[in-house]
Write a protein that binds this ligand. Structure first.
Ligand SMILES: NC(=O)c1ccc[n+]([C@@H]2O[C@H](COP(=O)([O-])OP(=O)(O)OC[C@H]3O[C@@H](n4cnc5c(N)ncnc54)[C@H](O)[C@@H]3O)[C@@H](O)[C@H]2O)c1
Ligand SMILES: O=C(O)C(=O)C[C@@H](O)[C@H](O)[C@H](O)COP(=O)(O)O
Ligand SMILES: [Zn+2]
Length: 361
């Protein structure tokens, strides 16, 4: 088992990474101070793993909220189901929520914890690769709005993160690949040696070999924890974790939540960001090609959907949360592992990048 800590003063917490961890309550149950626990999961994951988690909570008073599965249910309406379960079971401010699921469950459970009775504790038990390397760490929680991704939410840090790699044995290949997009992101934004390691070890990672998987989850979490510790509430540098997301969120919103997986949209978005960075003369074409190639090898889409046009992209990108006083700010690269947040890209360059990727208009 590997452990690393997210260093946030009195809100610091450990991330545990290893196989079989959900069956080791001695590791995580100590992070539950009270008697009441609410396990939040979904209808796909609960039949697989809920019993194992409940076995570790036999001395607690437990309620459960089992949500419908899918990005299209990451809504305020679904969130109400969590509050209903908590209130019907009589849970008070001492309760602890436990998110057993991917990023959708984790984001919603975290937001329920941030808001229920003005804030209670929660634990992240991520079950997808994407949630182990990204969404369970850092405290961004929330839900989507029909007009934009993650538009309603709060920063609320978990008390611990339990990344049990054995859970990935049942994860479908398409979902696994989506998680690899966020893994590649860390190499591109802040860790060139990790990017090179990924180039050398992607086949082992695609085969889900234990050693490669452990290393990829650990290095991803180290990178994310470092950025979050520097800038917890995205006043500045944390926005580099959004590489490809301004384009990607536009794709997810335009296509209907869940049509493109988040990681798929981010992969296509990162290729656009690489192209734009090269167009501005900030990276050479070799870095652009290597980024694109690694994402292709990871079985991810590297072009946006041709159902979108330039105007739709610009409209949706204009709603991005990084926009300041109408000014688009994009995460771009100035080298491998060197991301910056910049408003310097002229709209003409953005349009040229979209057109080169096959977008009409
Ligand atoms: N908060 C953050 O910092 C952050 C970071 C990245 C992404 N996100 C959000 O995370 C979401 C995407 O998360 P995701 O990729 O985990 O998708 P997801 O939560 O939708 O899970 C993917 C699918 O796999 C299933 N599944 C999960 N674990 C499984 C397992 N072990 N075995 C079999 N099936 C399993 C789920 O039921 C679901 O159908 C998006 O909403 C995105 O916006 C948030
Ligand atoms: O943790 C962060 O910060 C991120 O930006 C991580 C992203 O991968 C993630 O998709 C996040 O949910 C995006 O947040 P948003 O604020 O751009 O909606
Ligand atoms: Zn993301």
């Amino acid at each position: 088992m590997k452990r690393l800590d997210v260093d946030l003063g009195d809100r610091s917490y450990p991330i545990y990474i290893g196989r079989g961890l959900i069956r080791q309550p001695e590791l995580w149950a100590g992070h539950i101070p009270g008697q009441q626990v609410c396990v939040v999961s979904n209808e796909t994951i609960a039949p697989l793993y809920l019993e194992s988690v409940l076995a570790g909570l036999s001395d607690k008073s437990v309620c459960r909220a089992i949500l419908p599965d899918g990005e299209s249910y990451k809504t305020l309406a679904t969130l109400s189901g969590i509050y209903d379960a908590l209130l019907e079971a009589g849970h008070g401010r001492g309760t602890t929520l436990l998110a057993l699921g991917g990023g959708v469950v984790g984001d919603m459970c975290g937001f329920a914890a941030a808001s229920y009775q003005r804030g209670v504790d929660f634990i992240q038990m991520p079950t997808t690769l994407l949630s182990m390397v990204d969404s369970s760490v850092g405290g961004k929680t929330g839900v989507n709005h029909p007009l934009g991704k993650n538009m309603i939410g709060a920063f609320h840090q978990p008390k611990c993160v339990v990344a049990d790699l054995a859970l990935l044995d049942t994860l479908p290949a398409r979902e696994y690949a989506a998680g690899l997009a966020e893994v590649v992101k860390y190499g591109l934004i802040s860790d060139a040696p990790f990017f090179e390691w990924l180039e050398d070890n992607l086949d082992a990672l695609l085969a889900r070999e234990e050693a490669a998987l452990t290393e990829a989850v650990y290095r991803s979490c180290v990178n994310k924890a470092q950025v979050v510790a520097e800038d917890e509430r995205e006043g500045g540098r944390r926005a580099i974790l959004n590489l490809g997301h301004t384009f990607g969120h536009a794709i997810e919103t335009a296509e209907g939540y869940g049509t493109w997986l988040h990681g798929e949209a981010v992969a296509a978005g990162m290729v656009l960001a690489l192209n734009l960075s090269r167009r501005l003369g900030w990276i050479d074409s070799d870095i652009e090609a290597r980024g694109r190639r690694l994402l292709e090898r990871a079985e991810l889409p590297v072009a946006p959907p041709d159902s979108m046009d330039v105007d739709q992209f610009l409209l949706l990108m204009g709603r991005d949360k990084k926009v300041v006083e109408g000014q688009l700010r994009l995460v771009l690269l100035q080298g491998l592992g060197e991301a910056v947040v910049s408003s310097e890209a002229p709209v003409e360059a953005i349009v040229a990048t979209l057109r080169e990727a096959g977008i009409k208009g």
